[in-house]
Design a protein around this ligand. Structure first.
Ligand SMILES: *Cc1c(COP(=O)(O)O)cnc(C)c1O
Length: 473
């Protein structure tokens, strides 16, 4: 492709993007294709000779688009959001354009220094104490793994990095039964063994019970196990429940345990001073992660990982082969030593664009709107005889199930709601996912998409009610 042709196609593709986002509500939110539908349309061999861009773009529309689920649609209520926004998208285009590898300061000083500044901005914006230092990771899963590895190395004087586990004792990691699966994954990869992950029960509001945590730790110690770390969650994936951080932090201090906080989705709500109560006790936390790529209008991937003591993080991950030695080492942040991958995209740029274009107030206004819409939906549910609210709504996620007439036992209600979700999602009008709460099949509606308005929530609710009326048990 020649520069002149690039210019033409780039302009065309920007128009394609603007059109896509403007007409996004005309697509079925969840793709309706069947397994293999896309695969069979792609030739089994690559072309020998280059093909015209026009053909490639036609195939994008014809083959690929029907197989896409539209995460940026305001009809998207599934999982947690993976929000984009115009300023973020523009920054991503520039990041791709420069294609810089930002592994160390020298390979793009601006990337390293903007990242440091953006992490300081974010820490201030969400009310973290000044003592925290941040680094961008790809995902919360990676951040949590980095946290547990750092705890492991700090506790053993960096011995496992050097010599392997040898005859180290059984280290124990604690979280609640509602904790995200990424913690279990990190425990497996970290070499602790899944059997050493202890899932502490939760209360009626799906929050970890501190007394049970304390009792379990004490019991483990008596059994010769070595308690190492607790992972507390602010905003669990099922119901956005909020673990009591202050009590958990006190237990960790008493037993000298490493405390990691997973606030992947809910961290964004800390932009609002009225939600800072969620991190009371933060001074005693060792590491904290939240994903601007979920609720803060910043394209995936962008996970903000904060630590109280960067030295232990760096000592856990640093590696210094000859070809990476530089004269600036020690004077600057070489972020390859702050996590697992060597290579790093220039991700701070999109944060800079987003925070500046929205302004802190602009971000806060959107988050407040989403929280207000979730509260409104909750009120509508509470007034509706046919619908049962399944969990408190501390944030932007509403858990409910429909109780159809004539349904008595949980099993048939479960089956009914499962079927309802299926027909709703295949309607293309909206996309929701489910969870199980105390064995009950529960529909989850997450209100956090960048462009969602009250109309979208009301329309979605009418659709749900309409399909529920049509579906009989
Ligand atoms: C989404 C989520 C994760 C995983 O996030 P990734 O960035 O995709 O790894 C972890 N914990 C919680 C509470 C989440 O909501």
């Amino acid at each position: 492709m020649k520069p002149k042709e690039f210019r033409v196609h780039a302009h065309r593709i920007v128009d394609w993007m603007a059109d896509y986002l403007e007409k996004i509500e005309t697509f079925p939110v969840k793709s309706t294709v069947s397994p293999g539908d896309i695969f069979i349309q792609i030739p089994d061999k690559p072309p020998e000779n280059g093909e015209p861009m026009d053909d490639i773009m036609q195939d994008l529309d014809r083959i690929i688009m029907p197989g896409m689920t539209h995460w940026q649609s305001p009809g998207f209520f599934a999982y947690f959001n993976a929000n984009s926004s115009y300023p973020s998208l523009l920054a991503e285009m520039i990041t791709s354009c420069m294609g810089a590898q930002c592994m160390i300061w020298e390979t793009s000083p601006a990337a390293a220094e903007l990242e440091e500044r953006m992490m300081n901005w974010l820490a201030g914006m969400i009310g973290l104490p000044q003592t925290f230092h941040g680094v961008i990771q790809d995902t919360a899963s990676t951040a949590t793994l980095a946290s547990l590895l750092t705890a492991r190395e700090k506790f053993t004087g960096y011995a496992i990095n050097e010599k392997g586990f040898g005859n180290q004792p059984d280290f124990r990691i604690y979280c609640s039964t509602e904790t995200h699966s990424s913690v279990e994954k990190a425990v497996k990869i970290g070499g602790f063994g899944r059997c050493n992950l202890v899932k502490v029960p939760v209360d009626k509001e799906f929050r970890l019970i501190p007394e049970n945590l304390d009792r379990t730790i004490t019991h483990d110690k008596k059994q010769g196990k070595v308690p190492l770390s607790v992972v507390a969650t602010i905003g669990t994936t099922g119901t956005t429940s909020i673990d009591p951080l202050k009590e958990i932090a006190a237990i960790c201090q008493h037993h000298k345990l490493w405390l990691h906080v997973d606030a992947a989705m809910a961290g964004t709500a800390l932009l609002l001073p009225e939600y800072r109560w969620m991190i009371e006790g933060i001074e005693a936390v060792d590491s904290f992660v939240f994903n601007p790529h979920k609720w803060m209008f910043t394209n995936f991937d962008c996970s903000a990982y904060f630590v109280r003591d960067p030295e232990t993080l760096i000592k856990t991950f640093e590696i210094l082969p000859e070809y990476l030695k530089t004269r600036t080492r020690g004077m600057v942040n070489d972020y390859r030593d702050w996590g697992i991958p060597l290579g790093r995209r220039f991700r701070a740029l999109k944060l800079w664009f987003v925070i500046r274009e929205f302004g802190v107030k602009g971000l806060q206004d959107k988050i407040r709107l989403h929280l207000a819409l979730a509260a409104k939906l909750k009120e509508m549910i509470l007034k509706d005889q046919q619908v049962e609210l399944m969990a408190p709504v501390p944030l932007n996620t509403v858990c409910f199930r429909i109780k159809p007439e004539g349904a008595e036992d949980d099993e048939s209600i479960n089956r009914y709601n499962e079927q309802l979700l299926q027909v709703l999602n295949s309607s293309g009008k909206l996309y929701m996912t489910h969870t199980k709460l105390n064995g009950k099949y529960t529909l989850r509606m997450v209100i956090g998409q960048t462009n969602i308005t009250e109309q979208h929530v009301i329309r979605a609710w009418e659709t749900i009610k309409e399909y529920a009326t049509k579906l009989t048990i």
